[in-house]
Design a protein around this ligand. Structure first.
Ligand code: ADP
Length: 333
């Protein structure tokens, strides 16, 4: 059975009035519950693409559908109400308390003040801001990362099936960004919302995206693939350059451990293994634990059961096998 397509762009193009071709012949599908990252150098049409989805910018060719409905056949204001939108300059109202900022959206939908307040408190909790502490503060009393969380809470207030995010974590420092990314991933999985996420940061894209669309200059889609395939099998020199020389290391974080590459347990007793990792871990996590414990191997368990040990050799074999699998899965030509 095919997964349900939530957003479908077919042959979409945008030529601005001054003749700039920002996006050209773009085909892109986002499945329900999928998180898709648009990544590429500055000026390659990422923001334009995002804003065409909620019609902040009108496309000049092709069609854009959300849940099978052509966006141009819908009233833009109605359309935007069903689509959450988060930008880097959060856009909180500075003279309103945090709770009021989040309540704006449910109130807009005609909820009573009591219901809107209740919903806003739930949302603040959802994004990790204790309402007892933060509800009555003003935006300027929050850190950049906290303001960004409020922006996410507000965008989710209408329970939108689709969320568009434009470099939402671009302005916060790297450590806070990692935390926000983790929190957001958990939230996105929990809510099952379909997300299009613009970033110029390839690390962020492969960390968050179920699939990643790499844009090249001129608004051309260079590759649309899973992070593992993007890093392991870049489609052309442009993509290879863009994912960069550290792509080997990044691949560790997007390649799951494969039980086929474990050594049997009989040679060692589980007591000597130190911390064991879960069979669902990535190779990157396995390597991190290997280096941390300096044990030369790490135990792997499936629930309570030990299933084997992973060695540096096993990690190497697993990386090579993952690449080989991609090659087999690639259509000839
Ligand atoms: P990105 O988000 O990848 O940085 P944009 O979508 O913002 O790229 O821009 C794509 C191209 O369109 C760039 O060349 C940019 O200069 C141009 N552009 C963006 N907005 C306008 C506009 N309003 N009028 C003319 N050109 C624009």
């Amino acid at each position: 059975m095919d997964a349900e397509v939530m957003i479908r762009l077919s042959g979409v193009g945008k030529t601005y009035d001054d003749g700039t071709i920002a996006v050209h012949g773009l085909d892109l599908e986002v499945e329900r519950g999928e998180l898709v990252c648009l990544v590429g150098p500055s000026g390659c049409g990422k923001s334009t693409t995002l804003k065409m989805i909620n019609r902040l910018i009108e496309h000049t060719t092709g069609t854009i559908e959300i849940a099978g409905k052509d966006v141009t056949r819908q009233d833009p204001v109605q359309l935007r109400r069903g689509i959450g939108y988060v930008i880097q300059q959060v856009g909180l109202f500075p003279h309103q308390k945090i709770i009021a900022n989040v309540m704006t959206v449910p109130l807009l939908y005609g909820e009573s003040r009591a219901t809107a307040r209740e919903r806003a408190r739930e949302l603040l909790e959802l994004v990790g801001l204790d309402p007892a502490t933060y509800a009555d503060r003003y935006p300027s009393q929050l850190s950049g990362g906290q303001q960004q969380r409020v922006g996410v809470a507000r965008a989710l207030a209408a329970k939108p099936p689709v969320l568009l995010m434009d470099e939402p974590f671009g302005a916060v420092d790297p450590l806070v960004r990692l935390r926000l990314q983790d929190e957001f991933l958990r939230l996105q999985r929990e809510l099952g919302v379909s997300v299009v996420f613009v970033t110029h940061d390839i690390d962020e894209a492969v960390r968050l995206g179920d699939r990643v669309a790499v844009f090249a200059t001129g608004g051309r889609l260079a590759q649309y693939d899973t992070p593992a395939r993007l890093l392991g099998r870049p489609a052309d020199d442009f993509v290879a350059d863009f994912v960069g020389s550290t792509s080997g290391l990044r691949r560790l974080d997007v390649t799951p451990l494969d039980p086929a590459h474990l050594e049997p347990l009989d040679a060692v007793t589980t007591g000597d293994l130190g911390a064991a990792i879960d069979v669902g871990s990535t190779l990157g996590h396995a390597l991190a634990v290997l280096l941390r414990d300096d044990a030369g191997m790490v135990g792997v368990r499936d629930g309570a059961r030990f299933v084997g040990v992973l060695t540096p050799n096993g990690i190497h074999r697993a990386l090579r096998a993952a690449l080989a699998e991609m090659t087999e899965a690639t259509p000839a030509g």
